[in-house]
Design a protein around this ligand. Structure first.
Ligand SMILES: [Zn+2]
Length: 261
């Protein structure tokens, strides 16, 4: 007997923003490029009686500079009636501060993480500022504690973690960044997190400047397109067009939570 595959509902919850006066979005510059604003999200996948959260955002321990924390990821999920304290499954795309923070708000969660990502965040590469500037030590330490508490489910490559939810290691932005491929009413959807920062990084084949391995990043763009029926089923990690283009989860969540599936 085959197990029925749920058609998952998928939501993007905006928790922070950056107005973009002081950072660049593309490796290759064009004279027409101006500063681009950036949104910060966590994502919720709901179906088959379960809730999976993708990424943990950052919390008040990190909020600084041009990044404005609008609500903690846990406060954002509350808008969807999801209680972070009860969440059991969290997919962690990669260990950068804006994806791997706020772990104390998710005390029961099992954490799906690629081995290469944890190796990068705790090993040799962290000797170099160019690699560690995206990490925040307090968040990395939270994850080391989670390993010792048997809460980290390590992956090595591609794995199906539930019917209709596959995780694929793509690398590129970081050594072990992974994306989630999710079955929905509209077919397969890819939550790319920072494997694609903005639509234009992929559409113009012009990556975001934070790159660990340029070849893997470009191969990742191609491989993700092979996981969906059309490129608009790939959801970038930080594009303000997400909130603009997708329908709000409900009228009162306008500008905060959109439905992606
Ligand atoms: Zn990010």
């Amino acid at each position: 007997m085959t197990q029925a595959i749920p058609e998952y509902e998928v939501y993007a919850v905006k928790y922070a923003e950056r107005l973009g006066s002081n950072h660049t979005t593309f490796v290759f510059k064009d004279i027409h490029d101006g500063p681009m604003p950036m949104d910060y999200f966590v994502w919720a996948i709901i179906g088959g009686g379960k809730t999976f959260i993708v990424d943990l955002g950052f919390d008040r321990r990190y909020a600084r500079g041009e990044r404005h924390l609008l609500r903690t990821p846990a406060e954002g999920l509350k808008l969807l009636d999801i209680d972070a304290a009860q969440v059991e499954e969290v997919i962690v795309s990669h260990m950068h501060y804006d994806h791997a923070g706020s772990l104390p708000d998710f005390p029961r969660a099992r954490l799906y993480l690629q081995e290469d990502e944890m190796a990068m965040s705790t090993g040799h590469f962290m000797k170099y500022k160019a690699f560690r500037h995206g990490n925040f030590i307090e968040y990395t330490v939270d994850f080391v504690r989670a390993v010792y508490d048997d809460r980290v489910q390590y992956l090595d490559g591609t794995q199906t973690i539930a019917p209709g939810i596959e995780l694929h290691r793509v690398g590129g932005h970081t050594h072990g960044i992974q994306i989630a491929r999710v079955w929905t009413r509209g077919g397969w959807l890819v939550l790319a997190s920072d494997a694609v920062h903005m639509y234009d990084n992929m559409n113009k084949q012009n990556p975001y400047p934070a790159v660990f391995d340029m070849r893997a990043m470009l191969d990742g763009f191609r491989d993700m397109q092979n996981l969906v029926d059309s490129p608009d089923r790939i959801i970038p990690g930080h594009d303000p067009l997400i909130i603009k283009n997708f329908p709000a989860a409900s009228a009162k969540l306008e500008g905060k939570v959109v439905r992606l599936d």
